[in-house]
Design a protein around this ligand. Structure first.
Ligand code: CTP
Length: 401
C-alpha cells in the first residue's frame, strides 16, 4: 500500500533501520520506519483521506500514520543531520537516502529496502550491513558516531546482548573511549532515563546490566552505584516472573521498569541511590516507589514471613497498600521462599478477589447508607479471601450474622 502511494506521488520510499535488520535475521519487529526521498509531509498527509490518523512534525519533516487497524508507521524525509556540537538536537536539511543511512548508528541498522512497486524488495546496503549481520558484528559507520550521539553506546550494549552479537574491535575501542572521555555522562537525565527504560523492556535486562558493569558504564554514569551479584539475581527473578506470570500480573502502566531500577540501586549506599534518582529526574511518585521498595523490604519479610499459616486476608491487607511494582520487587529480592510465594499469590490471585455482593445489595439487606457499608464489604472480601464464604447465599448469611 505504502509503496503504491509513493509510486503515484513520484516519491521513493524505503523501509529502514531495525525492521530491515530483524527481517534479515528472521526476528519479529512491529516498528515500521519508512524513509521518503522527497517530502514526507505530503506523503503522510495523503493518507488522511484513507481514514488514517496522521501526526506531523513540520520541523523535522517527519510524522506518523496510524492505519484504521491500529498499525503505525513512522515516516521521515531522507535527511542529513548536522550536529553542531555533541548531544545537540539535530537540525535537518533534505538530502538523499545514502546520507540518511550514513547518519545512523550501526551498519546492521543502516540498510534499507525499497517498497516502490517497480523496485519492491530491493535491499540497499551501502555500508556492508549484510556482511556484518552474517558475522554478527556491530560496527559504527564512522569514528565520530558515538560523539554525535552517545546514547549509541548504551544502544550498542543493548543490541549486543539482545542479538548475541559482538561489538567490532574498532567500534569497541571508540565505545570505551566515549565512556572514559565522559561523553556518555553528558547525556541529559531524560535521555538516560529513556535508555534505561529500553534496557528494562528487554527480555533479559540482567545481561545488559552485567555487561555495562564490565565495560565501566555504571561507574562513569552514576558514581556510587554498585550493581553486583544480588542485583543480577533480583533482575533475573523479575524477568522470570514477568515471563511466567505475564497474564496474571497486574498491569503497571508506566511503572514496569521500576522493579528493575530498584534492583539496580539495591546494593548502593543511600546517597548512591538518591543520586541515581536525582540524575534520572524521576517523578516524585516513581521516587517514592523505589525508596519504599528498598526501605520496606525488611518489614515485608517480617510481616509476610513465618512458618505458620498466614491468612490470605492478612497478606492482602499488607500488600494492597503498596504499588504492585513494589510487591514485585520484594518478591524478587527476598531470599525467603515463603515470603516470595505469598507475594506472588497476592499479585496473581488475591488482589483480584472481590465479594459477590455490591453496596446496593447491602442496602437491600437493611443497612443504612454510610461508612458501615464499606466496612461490611471489606469484611466480606476478607471472609472470601480466607475461604469462609463461597457462594452469594453464604455472603448474605455472613452479612446478616
Ligand atoms: N538510530 C540511530 N541512532 C540512535 C537511535 C536510532 O542511528 N541513537 C537509528 C538506527 O538506524 C535504528 C533506527 O534509528 O535502527 C530506529 O531506531 P529505534 O526504533 O530506536 O531502534 P531499532 O533499531 O528499531 O531498535 P529496537 O529493535 O530496539 O526498536
Amino acid at each position: 500500500k505504502l509503496g503504491g502511494r509513493a509510486e503515484e506521488m513520484r516519491l521513493k520510499a524505503y523501509i529502514v533501520g531495525g525492521f530491515v535488520r530483524d527481517l534479515l535475521l528472521g526476528r519479529e519487529n512491529e516498528d515500521l520506519d519508512v524513509v521518503i526521498e522527497g517530502d514526507a509531509i505530503e506523503f503522510i498527509k495523503s493518507w488522511e483521506q484513507d481514514g488514517c490518523r496522521v501526526a506531523i512534525h513540520k520541523k523535522f519533516k517527519t510524522g506518523t500514520i496510524v492505519f484504521p487497524d491500529g498499525k503505525k508507521v513512522d515516516v521521515a524525509t531522507a535527511r542529513r543531520e548536522f550536529y553542531e556540537y555533541p548531544v545537540a538536537q539535530p537540525s535537518v536539511s533534505s538530502d538523499s537516502l545514502k546520507h540518511d543511512l550514513y547518519r545512523r548508528d550501526y551498519t546492521v541498522n543502516a540498510m534499507a529496502i525499497s517498497i516502490n512497486c517497480s523496485t519492491w524488495g530491493t535491499l540497499v546496503d551501502y555500508f556492508g550491513g549484510r556482511q556484518d549481520l552474517k558475522k554478527k558484528l556491530l560496527r559504527v559507520l564512522h569514528n565520530l558516531s558515538f560523539v554525535e550521539d552517545p546514547t549509541r553506546v548504551i544502544r550498542g550494549i543493548r543490541l549486543e546482548q539482545r542479538l548475541e552479537f559482538t561489538i567490532e574491535e574498532n567500534t569497541f575501542r571508540l565505545l570505551v573511549n566515549c565512556i572514559k572521555g565522559g561523553l556518555v555522562s553528558l547525556l541529559s537525565g531524560v535521555r538516560l532515563r529513556s535508555e534505561l527504560e529500553l534496557i528494562f523492556k528487554e527480555d533479559a535486562p540482567y545481561k545488559i546490566v552485567k555487561r555495562c558493569t564490565q565495560i565501566g558504564l555504571w561507574r562513569s554514569l552514576f558514581p556510587g552505584l554498585n550493581p553486583g551479584r544480588d542485583t543480577i539475581k533480583i533482575m533475573r527473578r523479575i524477568s522470570f516472573f514477568k515471563r511466567r506470570l505475564s497474564g496474571d500480573l497486574p498491569s503497571m502502566a508506566g511503572a514496569d521498569w521500576l522493579p528493575y531500577l530498584s534492583a539496580l540501586v539495591s546494593e548502593s549506599h543511600r546517597d548512591g541511590m538518591l543520586s541515581v534518582l536525582d540524575r534520572l529526574h524521576v517523578s516524585d511518585k516513581e521516587r517514592a516507589i523505589v525508596i519504599e521498595s528498598i526501605d520496606g523490604m525488611g518489614s515485608a519479610e517480617h510481616i509476610l514471613g513465618g512458618r505458620g499459616e498466614k491468612p490470605n486476608s492478612r497478606i492482602y491487607e499488607f500488600l494492597s497498600k503498596v504499588h504492585p511494582a513494589i510487591a514485585l520487587y520484594w518478591a524478587a529480592a527476598t531470599n525467603r521462599w515463603r515470603v516470595r510465594r505469598r507475594i506472588l499469590l497476592y499479585l496473581t490471585r488475591l488482589r483480584k478477589i472481590e465479594p459477590m455482593l455490591i453496596g446496593r445489595d447491602i442496602l437491600d439487606l437493611g443497612y443504612r447508607e454510610g461508612p458501615m457499608i464499606g466496612y461490611i464489604l471489606k469484611g466480606l472480601r476478607n471472609a472470601r479471601l480466607d475461604g469462609l464464604v463461597e457462594t452469594r447465599e453464604e455472603e448474605i448469611e455472613w452479612v446478616l450474622k
